[in-house]
Design a protein around this ligand. Structure first.
Ligand SMILES: [Zn+2]
Length: 277
């Protein structure tokens, strides 16, 4: 992508983030890597009036505080920059105060392996970073610690961070993080989740590596009951009707998978496969 395309993608994702309710106002901020600089949203300006040239740039090095552009970079530039420095695999970062991730962050709860999609975050948990004041070096250090071997984390009493190879993937993961946060929160209201084992999350992570266009074929011929069993829990049906199915799915994934209609599982996983690729 050209620098202009990246700048446009950042703005598109800012607008998408607010349109979908993932973020309110200007509390969220986005950044993307372009060569040896980080392009980041400026602080305190409505996304609707943001132009590509309004985005700030900062060199991806430890020359902290150096920036270029017509407007000051987001007040959260520090952790954006430190993540870009420490994690060369990261090309895009989304930070938002999305409701459910923030509720869990207020309660100081990390997200356990309550759903197989947690594997998209690189392990069996989405950690909650210790609290530190926004914009500080301390918050950045805490976030980096929580992000170790992970693509996303929660920030205590604050919000969340999701990262990806580019801004679109980071945004996809931010939506996933908020979804799992909401599901985990609601499962706590009906007695708590049945957690998946670390071995199963490792298994799902392996499968995600090969996730791609061949997914439709493999869904027919080489179904993976353990991972598919959890899929129905992703739907937004009321907890009342879903609770029994979910309990059994988590407790006995193989049995539950056989009982669930495979067509439902396929439609659920197909769009995700594309974005994952
Ligand atoms: Zn924030």
């Amino acid at each position: 992508m050209t620098e202009l395309e990246i700048r446009k993608a950042i703005i598109e994702n800012c607008l998408k983030m607010n349109a979908t309710g993932l973020n309110q106002g200007t509390s969220g901020n986005l950044s993307a890597r372009y060569k040896d600089v980080m392009i980041i949203t400026p602080s305190g300006i409505a996304y609707e009036v943001l132009k590509p040239s309004d985005l700030a740039t900062m060199p991806i090095n430890k020359d902290y505080g150096s920036w270029d552009g017509p407007l000051k970079p987001s007040t959260e530039w520090r952790f954006h920059l430190d993540i870009m420095i420490e994690r060369p695999d990261v090309g895009g970062i989304v930070h938002t105060h999305s409701t459910y991730a923030t509720i869990l962050s207020i309660a100081g709860k990390e997200i356990p392996a309550c759903h197989y999609m947690i594997a998209a975050f690189g392990g069996p948990t989405i950690r909650c970073a210790d609290y530190a004041t926004f914009g500080t070096e301390e918050l950045s250090a805490n976030a980096l610690k929580a992000l170790k071997d992970r693509t996303g984390c929660i920030l205590a009493n604050h919000g969340m961070i999701a990262t990806g190879a580019n801004i679109a993937k980071a945004m996809w993961l931010a939506v996933e993080l908020e979804t799992i946060a909401k599901q985990y929160y609601q499962s706590l209201l009906i007695g708590g989740p049945n957690l998946l084992s670390e071995a199963e999350i490792a298994n799902v992570m392996e499968r995600f590596k090969g996730y791609g266009l061949q997914d439709k074929k493999s869904a027919n011929s080489n179904a993976k009951p353990k991972t598919r069993a959890k899929t129905p829990a992703k739907t937004k049906a009321p907890a009342k009707t879903k609770a029994p199915g979910k309990t059994k799915a988590a407790a006995k994934p193989k049995v539950a998978a056989k009982r669930k209609a495979p067509s439902k599982a396929r439609t659920q996983t197909k769009p995700r496969a594309r974005k994952q690729a």
